[in-house]
Design a protein around this ligand. Sequence first.
Ligand code: ARG
Ligand code: ZN
Length: 896
Amino acid sequence: MREGTATLIRREDYQAPAFWIRTVDLTFDLDPAKTLVTARMQVERNTAVAHSALRLHGEELNLLRVLINGESVSFRQEGHELIIDNAPDADFALELRNTCAPEKNTTLSGLYTSGGSFFTQCEAEGFRRITYFLDRPDVMAIYTVTLRADKSKYPVLLSNGNLLESGDLEEAGNKARHFAKWHDPFPKPSYLFALVAGDLVAREQRVKTRAGKEHLLQVYVRRGDLEKTEHAMNSLIASMVWDEARFKLPLDLDRFMVVGVSDFNMGAMENKGLNIFNTSALLASPATATDQDFSRIESIVAHEYFHNWTGNRVTCRDWFQLSLKEGLTVFRDQEFSMDMAGSPSARAVCRIADVRQLRAAQFPEDSGAMAHPVRPDSYSEINNFYTATVYDKGSEVVRMYQTLVGRAGFEKGMSLYFERHDGQAVTCDDFAQAIADANPGSALSVRLDAFKRWYSQAGTPRVQARGVYDAAAQTYTLTLTQHNPATPGQDQKLPQVIPVALGLLSQEGQVLPLQLQGATEVLNEQVLVLEEAQQSYVFIHVTSEPVPSLLRGFSAPVVLDDGLSDAQLLVLLQHDVDAFNRWEAGQRLALNRILGAVRSGTPLQLDAAYLDAVRKVLRHPELDAAFKEITLTLPGETYIAEQLDVVDPQAIHAAVEAAQVQMAAALRDDWTAAFEANQIKTGYTPDPVSSGRRALANLALAMLVLDARSTGDTVWPGRAYQRFKDAGNMTERLGALSALVAAHADLAEPALARFHELFKDDALVIDKWFALQGRTPELAGEKSGRTFARVRQLMQHPDFTLKNPNRARSLIFSLCMFNPAAFHRADAAGYVFWAEQVLALDAINPQVASRLARVMDRWNVLAEPYRSAALLAIRRVSAKPDLSPDVREIISRALA
Ligand code: ARG
Ligand code: ZN
């Protein structure tokens, strides 16, 4: 049932619940068509708030019975609420009985079926689709759950916590049923509830914590997938070890279970003791998963595991505080991945990948229709706020705490946070206070209120840096200016607290010592804390005109304008000791050239200075392959678009394509050498060094096949095809295939056909097959439009379905979200397609539909004719009267 008008929920309206639910005893009689749910709860009035009715949330439920202390009671149903006006003042037992229809549930929120098994997804508000409840994170209860189901179809019955008992049921006429009873000793909010029932098998491992306590780890998947769970299990064990070592946080349950499901809206979910994963974030084998998949799985397994403390033991008071758990947990998984990577260079590559992701997804969000603070002020559908801002900018905010109080100080702050708040539902303020209080007098604590503007102000601050060197006085004066552009609903912003890590280099690339006027310390690197609109810093004893290396390691999520010349950027690219800024200098050099061409409307022509510089990187004897690959990869088209006030996606794409073609030709011999030098003859392991080498070999191959298109050479396409056929792992196979497909080589067609034939029974690999085609860059000129035509055609492919989110994303999102030049067409066909698919998906799964709707967040900055055509398409979607609240919110914000 959809409501005509969505209600706006405001952070300032938060009120504590009128009742607490202390214990819940749930019994499920599982049946795909009609599942019977019986809930017995101990309820207590919250005397701290005004006396009011008991209002329980419920959606898509069929209510059968309501009893209080065993007696029937009068109640009302209004919208999505079950209201009991005269609930007792004394503690009481509430018993409810209702049914729901899991197999009809295509939203994948609440209880649903997938591949013949039962799964749940309750965050954020899915529990109310299972039974009536105070479905809000500040109501925490102890759960006991009994599952009853057909034993042959559902031999495995799982819920949170510990297994109390299990066995066969002796029911009249139905002796094939069995049961399992679970108990979770930790009070939890309903969004962390989970159940799984199905024909699954588990990989198991017993491990000991430092204190010597033994735990059982299990990874449950469908029968054929067991061999693909080794990497997930190893990642889980590594996460446990890391969290104990770094933050002294041990596993608190005897048993920790992870389950894979192929129909899932997000990556994974941290249900207490029973994490549920999209199979795409869990299953991997060398033959079917790429290096990227392996590292994504490692980080998502870690992320969900880390939530056990940051999210579950301490949870959110309300959904506005989502970043309290998500920003912090992303920060933790990023730190984990860096520690796992090992070498300083591999750590930098991790950091670069995270920043690239932030710039590709969060920066556009912060400058578009959906711009919102890390702690939003209002929402109508909370599922729309599981965003790059809450997650990734939230993580950058946590990283700034660490920068301001130091690593040891941050760990002290975390300990204080758990000391104060274990078992509670709290706010971002509580977290900030704990970190500050554990570090009195620190750069954070003395300006905590100003720092917290990171939670309340949307938008990406702009920082301008200008330096003046006085040769006579040997001083270098650096002036930093900040400005935060207006975002919807926030015209005026106050200055933010921006840690700027910096170093100075000589023109020859030597490190220059840093000494601030009035300070005694002499350092190689320093963190300045910018907190005013403008501040100047004078460095003394600077013996030659320096090249500043600013915002090292991306010390704050801002856009930096350092005004550096090409010559200065070249010094940084060659010599900076900060690997992040070294990479950044290379990106800036490329960006300047691409933007120059786009702004002037002239064809891009790469100059010898640039080509020489990138050749030096490619030929460098000491740099890692991974670093070379990431440095030689051009900035993404979305990030380029971010730099422009008016965006012409076709002009950007033409410039990027020209840059690639010219880099391919000019560095032909260097690419050949890089390709040859990075062949790995030994068995596959997804470690950072080998995966970096494979990445560079793949990039080199793509360049060589692209170049062959210009020269008419047939050798490299032939080699790519051969490599595609013979590859011993998916990284190399997909790399070779994508080189052929991206260059629109003749051999792309037979290779695609062969790939499909080889992997037709492996859904996750077929997703890659669709995604590769959806992401194929359009060619400039007469062959343009091929990718778009192909996507339309693939929509009819027998393997395509809108019902599986991974599959829908693999084709539709690849085109609309990750392939700007194929999507933004002068004939508006891309926008018509978008509108059709948003509406079609909305009828099945509003969360997936609303994510697709967000593609138009930045329609307003498009050049004509795109802008007008995009607006028409948005209006067409908006005209549909019964849009889900999810899509309605996105569309209304776009039109606001
Ligand atoms: N808490 C999960 C994670 O980040 C995400 C689940 C969000 N689900 C949703 N339907 N919004 O690990
Ligand atoms: Zn999370």
